[in-house]
Design a protein around this ligand. Structure first.
Ligand code: UD1
Length: 447
């Protein structure tokens, strides 16, 4: 179990470059095996979920090579795939394993993939995926921890999702691009990575129209071809650094992003008394002299992203008054609330709403990351934390001055070079493999 050691209280300042979007990359890597020709993908983020997906496609026979000149560029060729059963240990831990079902079903008419893992955010059904595959003509079965799909042929269909689902939208899109005839997806998810995956599939010769709206139309093509493609920047990583500026009283220029994707986060930060300057491909967030309280509800895109929920909650914990944060996408994305309370936060959960009574500052504590985005939220909270000793102007380093965030590996599922990027902004954060290594660390290096 790896850990972050964080000494907070210093405003984060400077510039940060955002990596490629993890959730787009997961779908694009799965899609890349749908042609027998060679695909080159740029801006692939080097995070553990991506490594799991790359290992999974290699395990069934795909050629996967990282560029020697650019570690974020991969060459993939799916012509030698000889196994429809994906069963690596790593793939069982990620949610997006299910994209291999859509990709293999589309290309080979069959697949067997472990039931999806990923963060524990409450119930995470796959009934809409099953509904989509069945509508395309596949037989779907679940047994022994695997989901199996098989079809004699796939044919275009009209699907109305009962619930807006990013994963089901992408999965049906993957399978339908090689189906016979026209597929219409109603009530589709509109997230930027849905659009990015559609754009990638179109660059391989697919015929997808309407991605980014709630009505996606796909005309099946007989086969897909070679492509070279660059993945969009990660919207949630960008939002994380924007919140980091707000919570630490800092000033961060978040570079290599698509500002339009950040509209909802930008709007909330302005309500929260931050100055937000938008440029062509970057956003600068300058914290105000206090954080203004506000209310937030998560919604599918273009609403406020559920993945940003823990990040805005910990930031509002330091606001000038009471805030309410309501989660509408997942039914139990609140486990981190107990952890942030250990840092002095005054929050409670009622139903699907977090009631936030503000405190002037957080104090260092030992906490558990809980899940990917909660872990990132606890890190930025720890970077804002001030030790009681510091607050009283007492000598430092003779009391617990630092927070420890356990299970840093959960954060590394989705953030590339997270501690390095935060250190470059002036944050005192170090990653350790275990507690023994922390004991050997000279904490005064933080000074
Ligand atoms: C994706 C993202 C995740 C993000 C989420 C919502 C990836 C790999 N993960 O997850 O980071 O938090 O979108 O933006 O892209 N649902 C069903 N039945 C289904 C499918 C979903 O009931 O068949 C429910 C889920 O339980 C959840 C809601 O629909 O309550 C949204 O889930 P979905 O959009 O599918 O999220 P994921 O694709 O799992």
């Amino acid at each position: 179990m790896s850990l972050y050691l964080v000494h907070g209280g210093k405003p984060l300042k400077g510039e940060v470059e955002i990596s490629g979007a993890k959730n787009a990359a997961l779908g694009i890597i799965a899609a890349s095996i749908m042609t027998d020709e060679t695909v080159v993908i740029h801006n692939v983020p080097m995070v553990s979920d991506i490594k799991a997906m790359l290992n999974a496609i290699a395990s069934i026979g795909a050629f996967v090579e990282q560029s020697k000149d650019d570690p974020h560029t991969y060459t993939i060729n799916g012509s030698r795939i000889n196994n429809m059963i994906v069963e690596t240990e790593q793939i069982k831990k990620i949610r997006a394993s299910y994209y291999l079902i859509g990709a293999l079903l589309g290309k080979y008419n069959e697949a067997q993939v472990p039931l999806p893992g990923g963060c524990d955010l409450g119930t995470r059904g796959i009934d809409q995926h099953e509904k989509g595959f069945s509508a395309l003509g596949a037989r779907v079965g679940i047994s022994n921890g695997f989901i199996s799909v098989k079809a004699d042929r796939l044919y275009g269909t009209h699907i109305y999702f009962d619930k807006v689902s990013v994963g089901a939208t992408i999965n049906v899109m993957l399978a339908a691009v090689l189906a016979e005839g026209k597929t219409v997806i109603e009530s589709a998810a509109k997230e930027p990575h849905v659009v990015d995956i559609a754009n990638f599939l179109n660059s391989m010769g697919a015929n997808i129209r309407g991605a980014g709206t709630d009505n996606i139309r796909i005309t099946g093509v007989p086969k897909l071809h070679a492509s070279e493609y660059t993945i969009i920047p990660d919207q949630i990583e960008a939002g994380t650094f924007m919140m980091a500026a707000a919570i630490t009283g800092g000033d961060i220029l978040v570079k290599n992003i698509i500002p339009k994707h950040m509209d909802c986060v930008t709007g909330k930060l302005r309500e929260m008394n931050c100055r937000v300057e938008e440029y062509d491909d970057s956003i600068r967030v300058i914290a105000g002299d206090y954080i203004r309280h506000t209310n937030v509800q998560t919604h599918p895109y273009p609403g406020f992203p559920t993945d940003m929920q823990p990040l805005i909650t910990v930031t509002l914990g330091l606001a000038d008054g009471m805030s309410l944060v309501t989660e509408t996408v997942f039914d139990n994305r609140f486990r981190y609330v107990d952890e942030i309370r250990n840092m002095g936060a005054k929050m409670s959960v009622t139903g699907t709403t977090i009631n936030i009574n503000s405190v002037p500052n957080y104090t260092p504590a030992n906490v558990n990351a809980c899940d990917l985005r909660a872990g990132a939220a606890l890190v930025i909270a720890a970077l804002s934390a001030k030790s009681p000793r510091e607050l009283e102007d007492s000598p430092i380093f003779d009391v617990p001055m630092c927070s420890i965030i356990e299970q840093a590996e959960l954060v590394e599922r989705g953030y590339e070079y997270f501690d390095e990027k935060l250190r470059a902004l002036g944050g005192y954060i170090y990653r350790f493999e275990n507690r023994e290594d922390i004991a050997k660390f000279n904490i005064k290096q933080f000074a």
